[in-house]
Write a protein that binds this ligand. Structure first.
Ligand code: PLP
Length: 463
């Protein structure tokens, strides 16, 4: 072995054979996704994966045997728990290429930056924004921190220098049932959980009169209304705020309008009526969305769009001498991702998104979104027609919430998860525990929907 190469394979042909075998195992697993529901990790899982001192040349086989089988199971066609994407084969291949390039997408003049910008340009088009800025993120939680930081920078440009000490308490408005990532963002930004104001949302839509009243009350009490978060696709019910109405209030009150569109953004690619659910989002100041949920891109990949590029740069750009831009050479390139967010070193998640959108085509992705909405509607009809189940809330997009007439929703969900028949998660609707299906699954068929409802009915009947 030549010195300096000890971390590379000593025998590239043997490595190629190992990699081919691993690739075959991955393809086999994807091909058999229908037969591979979630499996509980074995009792000795921690011991199996504990790191040992000695190098293990068989590590790939160990991963295939001891790790790969124990995924969340979201690759299975009857997995509808929480909001979990399924992942594409195209994305798997792109991940391998990205790892091979080992590109650090923080900045510098490299092809990956063009790919990331192409993804962001396309995303802006879907949002209906003629221009604007953006960044790929690890997901909507991270995107939300970036968006709300820009909102704060617009209102309080001194904040980067002098922090938030001495400022009036900030307030950010979100519909009841809006995602907790907004609260966490405000906590890490130093405003505390008190900064979040949950606005009444009958039927899952923010009450705009209640929003105006809350803003007025906060102003009267000396607090600073900063932003309103409109939700496109609520995590509990799949509902959409009246985003045009939210935009009107935000404009009239001088607030930033951020849209949490983590999965619901993608109904914009679907057929009517779903494609119009997020109308008004084109007026947002910022939008957060995920590729790893409804776009089926392997985890993790999300993005933020910020309408005002100068403000976006003013919020995050920081170039000490060791990061100075050069005109020619590697340090060139006029778009450095690190100027738009918190991370300096960052991976090439844009490639798996680009490969998925470009390789499979926007039409196929849109048809997939439409299918999932139709499946949720069908699930809702079946629950309504059932003697053993009730539909707990109207199906608006891809989410169906079902109340069993007997038995405990959590116990029923666990029973179906363990039997491998279907994965629902649970939630509360009107104070009652329900099973919840968020269908963001490109492998689900209508037959899966029917079979899972029958399995649930059988479980309820046996209570
Ligand atoms: C999943 C989700 C989030 C959080 O996104 P992550 O990508 O998991 O960080 C925020 N809002 C909504 C509506 C979501 O569904």
């Amino acid at each position: 072995m030549t010195e300096g190469h000890r971390l590379d394979p000593s025998d590239w042909d043997a490595f190629a054979a190992d990699l081919h075998r691993t690739a075959e195992a991955c393809v086999d697993r994807l091909r058999a996704a229908r037969d591979l529901p979630w499996q509980e990790p074995p009792a000795d899982m921690a011991a199996r994966v504990a790191i040992r001192d000695a190098a293990d040349p068989g590590v790939l086989d160990r991963i295939l045997r001891d790790v790969m089988p124990y995924a969340t199971g979201n690759t299975h066609p009857r997995f509808w728990g929480w909001v979990h994407g399924t992942g594409t084969a195209t994305g798997v291949a792109a991940e391998m290429i990205a790892a091979t390039m080992n590109a650090n997408l923080g900045g510098r003049d490299q092809g990956g930056a063009y790919v990331e910008r192409a993804v962001l340009d396309w995303l802006r088009g879907v949002a209906g924004w003629p221009e604007g800025s953006g960044l790929m993120t690890s997901g909507t939680s991270q995107a939300t921190i970036l968006a709300l930081s820009c909102a704060r920078m617009r209102a309080l440009p001194q904040v980067r220098q002098s922090g938030i000490g001495g400022l009036p308490p900030m307030r950010v408005y979100i519909a009841m049932g809006g995602h907790s990532c907004v609260k966490k963002a405000l906590e890490v930004m130093g405003h505390g959980a008190d900064a979040i104001v949950q606005v009444a949302a009958p039927g899952g839509r923010m009450d705009l009169d209640a929003l105006r009243a809350a803003i007025a009350a906060d102003r009267a009490a000396g607090r600073h209304p900063l932003a309103v978060v409109g939700t496109a696709g609520s995590v509990n019910l799949g509902t959409y705020d009246d985003l045009a109405g939210v935009a009107d209030v935000a404009r009239a009150e001088g607030l930033w309008f951020h849209a949490d569109a983590a999965f619901g953004f993608w109904t914009r690619l679907a057929d009517a009526p779903w494609r119009d659910l997020s109308a008004g989002i084109e007026r947002a100041d910022s939008i957060a969305m995920d590729f790893h949920k409804w776009m089926a891109v392997p985890y993790s990949a999300g993005a933020v769009l910020i309408r005002d590029e100068a403000l976006h740069l003013a919020t995050f750009r920081e170039r000490p001498e060791y990061l100075a831009a050069g005109g020619a050479g590697l340090a060139g390139g006029d778009w450095w991702a690190t100027d738009y967010g918190l991370e300096l070193s960052r991976g090439f998640s844009a490639l798996k998104v680009w490969a998925t959108v470009q390789g499979l085509g926007v039409a196929a992705l849109g048809a997939q979104i439409t299918d999932n909405c139709r499946q949720a509607a069908r699930m809702g009809e079946m629950a309504e027609a059932s003697d053993l189940l009730d539909l707990a809330a109207p199906v608006v997009s891809n989410l169906c919430v079902i109340r069993p007439r007997r038995g405990d929703a959590a116990a029923l969900a666990a029973q179906l998860q363990i039997s491998g028949e279907a994965v629902f998660s649970t939630t509360m609707v009107a104070g009652q525990s329900c099973l919840r299906a968020a269908i963001v699954n490109h492998r689900t068929t209508m037959a899966d929907v029917t079979a899972s409802i029958h399995a649930l009915e059988a479980a309820v009947a046996a209570v």
